[in-house]
Design a protein around this ligand. Structure first.
Ligand code: SF4
Ligand code: SF4
Length: 355
């Protein structure tokens, strides 16, 4: 197989980094199973076998932690690792005798082995303060606090179906669909620093950015600036990235909301969109206890009440939203859930189509 030519904006060809057994049997697997939570076993048509051990990481890692993981790969595995889309690290070995010592090395170094099958896999989170310039919270911090609480659900496969959680640190950009998602929620319009707007912002671009046309150009104290029609503003925060003087983040008024029932996969049913089920939760670092409490309440109600193989969206579909709110003991208001039928033609209806 010829290597794919690298392009400036793309990832390199992954085959150069693959475990040799995976490369040799690429696209030629006969079946796979899971001997225990956190371990995948693949058997090829050629008779080759590969065991993959999956461990959780904190995703945003310092160089010492990455070196530690690489040392484990060199000593206990066969020198190859890969990361999953949920930031788990996977070690591949072609000898079953290496699996148990590898698991022991990982767990004794603080990396739990799990995240496969019907577990709560690692929470996918957006970049947060480390990389992005617009977050209203630190997504990775809320993940760490929650995964500490859900440790046993990661290392076991006790859920009715797999559970994917996510957190997003703004309302508008890189979060995806998840069974349960924690998403920033701004509750007041941006505060404008009129002294800076003319120097920093391209005003037509900011005006065009607002989804409800709430921004218009204005002269303030003799300087070109912008103004917001606060009755129209939906507090989405879309004006803040192109114009930082329109400050939307606020220690008190930027809250967190919980959304439920999203799913990207086509397995058993169509992809589904999440719906907001709890809002106005305090953005309360470093452990976000109020958010963790609501997520765990939803998660364990689902665990106790869902039938085998129901994802959270399937479970809610079967029992209905009123019963969902009753069972989870969550207050329902008219601002929660969006069942507007017209949105079917205006929103993405497939994971294959993205904005
Ligand atoms: S979710 Fe928003 S704030 Fe967070 S990393 Fe993505 S773009 Fe930045
Ligand atoms: S927060 Fe959103 S709705 Fe409000 S002015 Fe900015 S872009 Fe418009």
């Amino acid at each position: 197989m010829a290597m794919r030519t690298p392009i400036e904006s793309g990832v390199p060809d992954n085959r150069q980094y693959m475990h040799p057994a995976l490369l040799k049997n690429y696209g030629n697997w006969r079946y796979h199973d899971r001997p225990r939570p956190g371990v995948l076993h693949h058997v090829s048509h050629t008779g080759d076998e590969v065991w993959t051990v999956r461990a959780g990481t904190q995703r945003q890692m310092d160089v010492y932690t990455i070196r530690k993981l690489c040392d484990i790969a060199d000593t206990y595995a066969e020198g190859h690792v890969r990361f999953t889309i949920r930031s788990n690290i996977e070690f591949m070995v072609s000898d079953p005798a290496k699996v148990d010592p590898l698991i022991e090395a990982l767990t004794s170094n603080g990396f739990p082995v799990g995240g496969t099958g019907n577990s709560v896999s690692m929470i996918a989170h957006t970049q947060g303060w480390l990389h992005c310039d617009i977050p209203g919270t630190d997504a990775s911090g809320a993940v760490k606090a929650l995964m500490d609480d859900l440790y046993t659900e990661f290392i076991r496969e006790d859920m009715p179906n797999r559970v994917h959680l996510s957190t997003s640190c703004c309302e508008i950009n890189c979060g995806g669909q998840a069974d349960i998602a924690i998403i920033v929620q701004h509750t007041k319009p941006p505060t404008i620093n009129h002294d800076l707007v003319a120097n920093v912002c391209e005003r037509p671009a900011v005006v065009a950015r607002c989804p409800v046309a709430a921004i218009r150009p204005a002269l303030v104290n003799g300087k070109p600036s912008l103004e917001v029609d606060e009755k129209k503003c939906i507090c989405c925060g879309a004006c803040y990235p192109p114009c930082p003087p329109m400050q939307i983040n606020d220690p008190e008024h930027s809250k967190l909301a919980i959304w439920v029932g999203g799913k990207n996969s086509n397995a058993r049913g169509k992809p589904t969109f999440m719906k907001m089920v709890a809002s106005g939760l305090p953005n309360n670092p470093p452990r976000w206890p109020e958010v963790s409490e609501v997520v765990k309440r939803i998660l364990y109600t689902y665990k106790a009440d869902a039938r085998s193989w129901e994802r959270i969206a399937d479970w809610v579909e079967r029992i209905g939203w009123p019963r969902f709110f009753e069972k989870c003991d969550l207050p329902f208001t008219k601002y929660l859930i969006d069942d507007w039928r017209g949105s079917r033609s205006s929103l993405n209806a497939s994971t294959h189509i993205r904005f």
